[in-house]
Design a protein around this ligand. Structure first.
Ligand code: FUB
Ligand code: ZN
Length: 659
């Protein structure tokens, strides 16, 4: 089976420099991986316990004890291993590789003779394997193992983990599918589908992509598998809260109808977006093989709904805390938002696959929005604490005292009982260099701007691109081309949708953009010679952003955005009661590099009005007499919030119109 001919630049051929993405990538390597290894070994004082490694030791027969943690605890170790693999791909390091090899030996010992691998069921309920796909995450964990194995094989050339993954995938292939005697099931939490596509790509064995397609196509069909297995179990559930109903409703799992018929994003956001990602992979294969566009059309419909109607300005998704889920169009509350870090990461996976399906700047725009805002907010500047939930407004006392805000943490946490987000963040930023380019023999697409040098072969010639920039803080991006022999190809530069006045010059001469634009990329085709340079200027004024009138929460409010970076106000800079600030829609702002943030970020300064809060002694209500004072305000990049001192935070601020 084949996809279109766009390739990614292997991680080891992209060297990130000292830009924001490069620094975060370095943070993962230097701080986060060692820190998370400790967390997975219950070695962070005062943090929630993981037990993930100990569960493997018990399942491997190296330790005695009970399984501890959530039923999908294995996936945390797998995601850490995947992140480690990416780190080894770019920065080989013997100590880390030895540690990973030991982890792989342990995983191998925990694998059962028939290929089955899951520490919960091996330790706690071996007779119940594959009896509760809806709730128990066996296929989800298998997917994360497969992803780690593919990454580790690609990074090190070592096959042991890949062989473990193949044995597990073969075991699963023997259990599931349409053939008589097999279970007609599919995962309650999607993930294995996109992992099987990767396994197919690395092994070349079609059965894995057929299995991925089966899992996608079987989903949502009648009779409904989750009902059948529930009946078979005697109507019992896994979680204390489950049992009286087969599940929370099929929409929660995106199993309410066949996937190609789904039109709007519903249910659990991470499940949904992992599924849409796998659908986009499948769309590429189906299109290339048969010309059938039905998968592409389904992906596009879902993309439009997610990004056009259910996306926070920060790139966060999932408004509902109870089900960690999408709700309905334009329902985007700020302070109760769930916006799980994993969901924004999953959106990047979806966007990335849509981009590969059909290069268009809108996909990279969304990728960038999520990266610089709702994902980076998930990790502290020192890499040692994390947000799971990323709201757009925080009032600490409300979070402490109100039940409907109990999911919102006002300070980043050292670890979580449910720790899906921190290692997900680690694997994304460890592999971030892989998202910058796509290429084939005719074109190199540049999707993200950040300091880096990347090497690829075009028409059998080596071409190296070096980006020099202080993006996203400064508007210039200089791209140097080095190619020992002159090579004809088209450089496709993404012009971000947020930029109203982009300018491009080649070897110092400005070029006209009209006529060379295709889906948001400027196409510069020529014979490129060693030393040619392209300079991109992406004007980044501070924009006052408004939300669609359907977003009830943000009526009459503005958010500040500069380039791809969304800003917020924090109590530490602007005092408490941020709800009393109002910004004139006509005011201007200045920008400057701040000194009090590691890595130097650009902050925004300006003026606002603040309701006078004094003189209200013993009065809760009184006739209106508006009293406001002019105050200076400072806005900082949203992703940095909560790094200095705890307090209030707000992205959307009340706006004052003149009329
Ligand atoms: O269920 C596994 C992971 O845990 C989900 O993706 C997250 O939303 C969290 O519930
Ligand atoms: Zn998560």
């Amino acid at each position: 089976m084949m996809k279109n001919n766009l390739k990614t630049v292997p991680l080891k051929h992209v060297r990130l420099g000292n830009g924001l993405l490069g620094r975060k990538n370095e943070l993962i390597r230097r701080e986060v991986l060692p820190y998370q290894w400790k967390a997975l070994n219950n070695d962070i004082p005062g943090a929630d316990q993981s037990n993930a490694v100990e569960n493997f030791r018990i399942a491997a027969g190296e330790s005695q004890g009970e399984f501890a943690g959530l039923v999908f605890q294995d996936s945390d170790l797998y995601k850490w291993l995947e992140a480690t693999a990416y780190s080894l791909a770019t920065h080989p390091e013997k100590k880390l590789e030895d540690l990973s090899d030991n982890v792989i030996d342990l995983i191998e010992k925990a694998q059962q003779p028939d290929g089955y691998l899951n520490t919960y069921f091996t330790i706690a309920e071996p007779e119940k394997r594959w009896t509760n796909l809806a709730e128990c995450h066996e296929l989800y964990c298998a997917g994360h193992l497969i992803e780690a194995a593919v990454a580790y094989y690609q990074a090190t050339g070592k096959r042991k983990l890949l062989d473990i993954a193949v044995r597990l995938a073969d075991h699963i292939d023997g259990k599931f599918g349409p053939d008589p005697g097999k279970l007609r099931g599919y995962p309650g939490h999607q993930e294995i589908e996109l992992a099987l596509v990767k396994l197919f790509e690395v092994t070349g064995d079609d059965k894995y992509i057929r299995l991925a397609r089966y899992f996608l196509e079987e989903r949502g069909r009648e009779p409904h598998y989750f009902d059948l297995e529930w009946e078979k179990r005697g109507r019992t559930g896994f979680w204390p809260s489950s049992g009286t109903e087969p599940d929370r409703g099929k929409e929660y799992f995106q199993a309410h109808k066949p996937v190609l018929e789904q039109e709007t994003a519903v249910g659990h956001a991470v499940r949904a977006l992992y599924m849409y990602s796998a659908m986009a992979d499948m769309a590429a294969y189906v299109l290339a093989e048969t010309g059938d566009r039905s998968w592409v059309a389904a992906c596009r419909r879902l993309w439009e709904n997610v990004t056009g109607k259910q996306l926070y300005i920060t790139g966060g998704v999932g408004a509902d805390a109870y089900s960690e889920a999408f709700t309905f169009d334009y329902d985007l509350p700020d302070d109760t938002a769930y916006t799980e870090t994993c969901a924004a990461i999953a959106l990047v996976f979806f966007a990335w696959r849509m981009l590969q399906l059909q290069p268009a700047a809108e996909y990279a725009d969304v990728m960038e929005k999520a990266l610089y805002n709702g994902i980076l907010s998930g990790i502290a500047e020192d890499g040692k604490s994390f947000f799971y939930v990323n709201p757009l407004a925080v009032h600490p006392e409300t979070c402490a005292k109100r039940y409907d805000h109990r999911h919102v943490k006002t300070v980043r946490q050292k670890w979580f009982g449910c720790a899906c987000c921190p290692p997900n963040l680690a694997r994304l930023f460890a592999s971030i260099g892989g998202y910058i380019y796509l290429y084939n023999n005719e074109r190199i697409y540049i999707n993200l701007y950040t300091n880096n040098t990347a090497r690829c072969r075009i028409k059998d010639r080596e071409v190296t691109l070096t980006q020099k920039t202080n993006y996203p803080w400064e508007e210039k991006v200089r791209i140097e081309i080095s190619s020992p022999e002159a090579t004809r190809f088209t450089l496709a530069l993404r012009l971000p949708g947020w930029c109203k006045r982009p300018a491009v010059s080649v070897n110092g001469e400005e070029i006209a953009l009209a006529g060379i634009m295709e889906n948001g990329y400027a196409l510069i085709g020529r014979e490129w010679k060693n030393g040619d340079t392209v300079e991109l200027t992406l004007a980044m004024p501070v924009e006052k952003m408004a939300a669609h009138p359907g977003v009830k929460e943000n009526a009459g409010k503005i958010a500040l955005q500069r380039g791809p970076v969304v800003y917020c106000l924090e109590e530490v800079d602007n005092g408490a009661n941020l709800h009393n600030l109002v910004i004139s829609t006509e005011t201007g702002f200045t920008t400057e590099f701040a000194e009090d943030f590691p890595g130097k970020v650009v902050v925004i300064k300006g003026e606002a009005f603040r309701t006078v809060e004094t003189g209200w002694e013993n009065e809760l209500y009184r006739p209106l007499s508006r009293q406001r004072e002019k105050v200076g305000i400072k806005a900082v990049p949203y992703y940095t919030w909560g790094n200095r001192s705890p307090g209030e935070m707000r992205v959307w601020i009340r706006a004052l119109d003149r009329e």
